[in-house]
Design a protein around this ligand. Structure first.
Ligand code: CA
Ligand code: CA
Ligand code: CA
Ligand code: CA
Length: 358
């Protein structure tokens, strides 16, 4: 889901449904909603525009998964934000065929009625499924326009490369046009890429990459978080990213999500990494705060500025993080998802600086 202000007033909400049924099977769909949607109305009936995955040109039988990622982003430099939608392709059921391609589509602002992927204004295509399970907009080269960043892997769930494309994005591209690629060894799953803002304090925004099931530092599924500083986007091994935080206990699950925000109000962007806890451990999950500017090198919980733990084992506290400034006073607040809390009913916590910096 992604929310933006509507130039005509109110808000626009884009909702991806990657398993939605279309005329050609479960090709996925995206629904665009205005905020006057009457409660109780279905997504399909209430949407002012629907984008169908039908006709994407990939082989039938597989699930192209249109809507796996949906973001309003300003990546073309046209001024208004575009809707960027991923169709990474996946194999949800035994016997399903792997789609023979994947794509990320951009739609310029005015959309209405029934659309499909041929209505996109530009696209980035990949010859194999597994491109675009995670996307972000990040002005890593500091030209004032966000670069599209996307993961690439395989349809069965290994997302082990992060690709950045040049800005502005104005033409059809392929994955071979990526200007930088960061790689993990195969079978490491990137769970999230996030534009953090400038956590290093050099004026250029920085990119978070997380892999909560990473076991590369000697602990089973301890997880890892990497921060790629903005600047010269050269790519390389993600293990060489300038800043990293590796879990140091089994099942710690470091790095499923992260966010940047000025949580202490000193003007510097701070870094919060979620460590949600997963099998084989029975942890409640936690978030770890590093006040900015964050230095290069290895981060460790012992040098963090705050750790906030979830309440009960299996709460998965910290699985989803979002920073926002609730009352616009310049100090960020943090929304923390704990989907395993209350017997999997889930909880969302809103933490202010008092709770974060206790
Ligand atoms: Ca840029
Ligand atoms: Ca920076
Ligand atoms: Ca700060
Ligand atoms: Ca605030």
């Amino acid at each position: 889901m992604s929310l933006r202000e509507d130039p005509a007033g109110g808000y626009l909400l884009a909702v991806g449904a990657m398993s939605a049924h279309g005329a050609l099977g479960r090709t996925g769909a995206v629904y665009l909603l205005r905020d006057e949607l009457p409660s109780g109305e279905s997504l399909q009936a209430g949407a002012y525009a629907t984008i169908s995955g039908d006709g994407a040109g990939f082989s039938a039988g597989g699930q192209i998964a249109l809507g796996a990622e949906v973001h309003w982003l300003t990546v073309s430099g046209i001024g208004a934000s575009e809707l960027v939608v991923a169709a990474p392709g996946t194999t949800p059921l035994p016997g399903d065929t792997v789609p023979d391609g994947a794509a990320i589509y951009a739609f310029d602002s005015s959309m209405t009625g029934s659309l499909d992927v041929f209505d996109a204004d530009r696209k980035i295509t990949a010859p194999k499924a597994g491109f675009g399970f995670h996307i972000a907009g990040w002005d890593g080269d500091s030209d004032g326009i966000k670069n599209l960043v996307a993961t690439q892997g395989s349809a069965n769930g290994s997302h082990d490369r992060v690709l950045a494309f040049s800005s502005p994005w104005v033409n059809d591209l392929t994955v071979d046009d990526a200007t930088a690629a960061w790689t993990l060894e195969s079978s490491n799953v990137v769970d999230r890429i996030v534009d953090l803002g400038d956590v290093t304090g050099d004026g250029v925004p920085d990119l978070f990459t997380g892999a909560a099931t990473w076991s590369g530092d000697g602990f089973a599924r301890a997880g890892a978080a990497w921060v790629v500083p903005g600047g010269n986007l050269t790519g390389g091994s993600m293990l060489d990213a300038a800043i990293h935080l590796y879990g140091d206990e089994d099942g710690e699950g470091v790095g499923y999500d992260a966010t940047g925000g000025d949580f202490d109000g000193d003007g510097n962007v701070d870094l919060i990494v979620g460590c949600y806890g997963l099998s084989p451990a029975a942890l409640p999950g936690k978030i770890v705060l590093f006040l900015g500017p964050v230095p290069d090198g290895a981060l460790d919980e012992s040098v963090s500025d705050s750790v906030v733990h979830g309440e009960y084992p299996f709460d998965q506290f910290g699985m989803n993080l979002e920073s926002l400034d609730v009352e616009s006073d310049g100090v960020a607040e943090l929304l923390v998802g704990a989907p395993g809390a209350d017997r999997d009913m889930g909880r969302v916590y809103l933490l202010g600086s008092d709770a974060l910096l206790q």
